[in-house]
Design a protein around this ligand. Sequence first.
Ligand code: SF4
Ligand code: MG
Length: 332
Amino acid sequence: MEKVLEVKDLHVTFSTYGGEVKAVRGVSFDLHKGETLAIVGESGCGKSVTSQSIMRLIPSPPGRIASGSVLYKGKDLAKISEKEMRKIRGADISMIFQDPMTALNPTLTIGKQLVEGIIQHDGSPKEKAKKRALEMLNLVGIPDPEMRFKNYPHEFSGGMRQRIVIAMALVCEPEILIADEPTTALDVTIQAQILDLFKEIQRKTNVSIILITHDLGVVAQVADRIAVMYAGKIVEAGNRREIFYKPQHPYTKGLLQSVPRLDLEGEDLVPIMGSPPDLFSPPVGCPFTARCDFAMEVCDKAYPFKTHLTKEHHVDCWLQDKRAQKMLSAAK
Ligand code: SF4
Ligand code: MG
């Protein structure tokens, strides 16, 4: 499958009075044409910072891409000028956030916002832009778009507003859509409708989607591949079947046990006890050691190597690595 984005060994830090927070610590992944990649983890794991780094939207200072690259169409987005980046944002890579209100201007009708977005993007004449805006509203399932054109954002329900935000994000036909917790603020039924909408839009436009979420349940419906982040690192990644049916990292297993599942009715949900480590001074070993039921002596002495289980499935855990014993002797 064609690669549209390649993130390589990304490190992002934030300077604070207390010291440097290492929010993203060597993240690598590819995104393919027309697929949905979900990045999953608890709050503070670095998933939002990763996506904001791709868009170069981390507040700087205090944030900084310390090293690594984000390759898109032969360019390294981590290094190009802000002027070049501005051309890519929206037009090639678009982003939507949890709260649709922050993405919409409350003082303008949604029609005006969409039309202006299109005119700014490609200089279309007004009539053509209007036609396209109506098509977009149709695509995202706003009933009677012609009539709703003159409505302001507050005149729509939360679910409808998120649909409008999706229309705004897609209006310039980006190749990549990054959605950061796009359904978290919505109730469960609306959540499912928005996720269905993503799939439908993907079928129609072949857009590649990065879906950021803390909720593995959300991912089950829509993700082709899943990357699980913990303490600034991708600790396990694989296709949806591999992550749901053959998870290997104890953290992934913990996440799965804390999500209600239709296929395992009656099983108790088990929260993961404890909290992630402080990223001012991340541990040298596996950052999950303090919370892991399987932790061994080697675990807090050295960070595990990446073990490849299949072409797509890989995990950073000593349980999967035959070298664990040797590392332990070396560390002693
Ligand atoms: Fe648990 Fe050790 Fe694996 Fe980390 S490396 S997840 S502490 S078993
Ligand atoms: Mg976040």
